[in-house]
Design a protein around this ligand. Structure first.
Ligand code: 5AD
Ligand code: SF4
Length: 439
């Protein structure tokens, strides 16, 4: 029997890329590939790229340049670029870096087996289509091998919102939802393989509207269906748009036992002027009212968000409005970014904020967010949380898992296995994690 070929995938960017990388590995598994953790012994290297912020493409080119030596030593080595940079740059990648054999966009990775065969025949393979067929259906069922207790599951892709700064509607295309029965089948399959927590993924996950038995199903409907899956203990979803938080989804946060009390709900800015220019179609006030309603449904919910500072024409006053909003919401987690010009998006043409000003704003915002994050994490001390244990910790006998609020929690000297779900009394709050005892 011939040795299995080795596949090295490097994943950049969001959780959807993590999911896509898993599915690409599975697709190539059918071609006799097994995954390796090192590029050095690979027969195929795939970079699954992200295009959301600046210099992503440049980073990909410099990473590719580093594979020159490897390819010289092993001429059979195939190098591929997948993901959003592949979608955005297409053929240009092969022109600029001739060592690239394969370029595959996010909607075409079910065609990887044929593309790989083409590269083995010495040809280049390029596919950045938005094909009609359902790539998830074209992929074989995920193999039955055991896996860890948490998994991502893509339910919706693409975005029709066209925020003025964002490339996603161009790289991932229009909003498409997968049919509910296929998602439920994939969830059941994951549970059979040992998964106890599923995070539903979509660029606009709460705009989900996949075909169900009685017409289109909303995300709340899908969550209630998943709530019935035996052996599945936890459900999460990300990323949501404020305008798609419907009543049923808010209510589910109060009533659906498997839905975790954590919500990532990006607002981007606290200034109505900037929100308008970002084409966000909500105001700071409507966002705050929405959070009030979510907290009425689930008072202990931990909020998370995304922010952009230095968006074109953002003044000190606009930035202060962002700080005010953060002060009011108090996020348990939040991700803040300096505005990065994306060619082809509407905001790219507008007057830019001075880089130093944007840097300073980013630092101030991050300091405020970190302060709130700290207070919220520390407030867990003395409380009992539920922890799904995922892996062993750094100390001998230690296990680490996540609480329902997504805080990392470590426990020592307990008889715990991967996948155990236990009540833990929190005793301490460290730099990035909580410590406690199983009760
Ligand atoms: N510049 C900076 N941040 C951006 N994001 C999206 N596009 C840009 C951009 N051009 C941020 C948004 C989004 C997150 C995934 O990335 O905050 O919610
Ligand atoms: Fe990008 Fe806005 Fe769509 Fe989110 S909602 S993916 S930020 S365009």
């Amino acid at each position: 029997m011939s040795e299995p070929k080795k596949l090295f995938i490097k994943t950049y960017g969001c959780q959807m890329n993590v999911y896509d990388s898993e599915r690409m590995a599975e697709a190539l598994g059918g071609q006799g590939y097994v995954e390796t953790k090192s590029a050095d012994d690979a027969d195929m290297i795939l970079l699954n790229t992200c295009h959301i912020r600046e210099k992503a493409a440049e980073k990909v080119y410099s990473e590719l340049g580093r594979f020159k030596g490897l390819k010289a030593d092993k001429p059979d080595l195939k190098i591929g670029v997948a993901g959003c940079v592949a979608q955005a740059e297409g053929e240009e990648i092969m022109r600029r870096q001739p060592l690239v054999d394969l370029v595959v966009g996010p909607q075409s990775y079910h065609r990887l087996p044929e593309m790989e065969a083409k590269t083995r025949a010495g040809e280049k393979a390029l596919d950045t289509d938005f094909p009609e067929e359902d790539k998830f259906e074209k992929l074989k069922n995920r193999p039955k091998a055991k896996r860890g207790p948490t998994a991502f599951l893509t339910v919706q892709e693409g975005c029709d919102k066209f925020c003025a700064f964002c490339v996603v509607p161009y790289t991932r295309g229009a909003e498409v939802s997968r049919p509910a029965d296929r998602i439920i089948r994939e969830a059941q399959d994951l549970v059979e393989r040992g998964v106890r927590e599923i995070t539903l993924l979509g660029q606009n996950v709460n705009a989900y509207h996949g075909a169900g038995p009685n017409g289109d199903m909303t995300l709340a409907g899908l969550i209630w269906e998943l709530n019935k899956v035996d052996g599945l203990e936890r459900i999460r979803f990300t990323t949501s748009h404020p305008n798609d938080m419907d009543d049923a989804l808010i209510e589910a946060h109060g009533t659906c036992e498997k839905l975790m009390p954590y919500l990532h709900l990006p607002v981007q800015s606290g200034s109505d002027k900037i929100l308008k220019r970002m084409n966000r179609s909500h105001t700071a006030e409507s966002y705050l009212r929405l959070i009030e309603r979510i907290r009425e449904a689930r008072p202990d919910i931990l909020m998370s968000g995304d922010f952009i500072v230095g968006f074109p024409e953002e003044t000190d006053e606009d930035f202060q409005a962002t700080l005010d909003l953060v002060e009011e919401v108090k996020y348990g987690y939040a991700y803040s970014f300096k505005y990065s010009t994306r060619p082809g998006t509407p905001a790219a043409e507008r007057p830019q904020v001075d880089a130093e000003v944007a840097d300073e704003r980013l630092q101030r915002l991050q300091a405020l967010i970190t302060r709130h994050q700290r207070v919220i994490q520390d407030s867990m001390v003395g409380k009992t949380v539920s922890v799904l244990f995922e892996k062993s910790g750094r100390q001998p006998g230690q296990m680490v898992g996540k609480s329902e609020y997504l805080h990392a929690v470590h426990v020592s000297d307990a008889d715990l296995a991967r996948g155990d779900l236990r009540k833990v009394r929190i005793k301490s709050s460290g730099a990035n994690s909580l410590g406690g005892d199983v009760i």
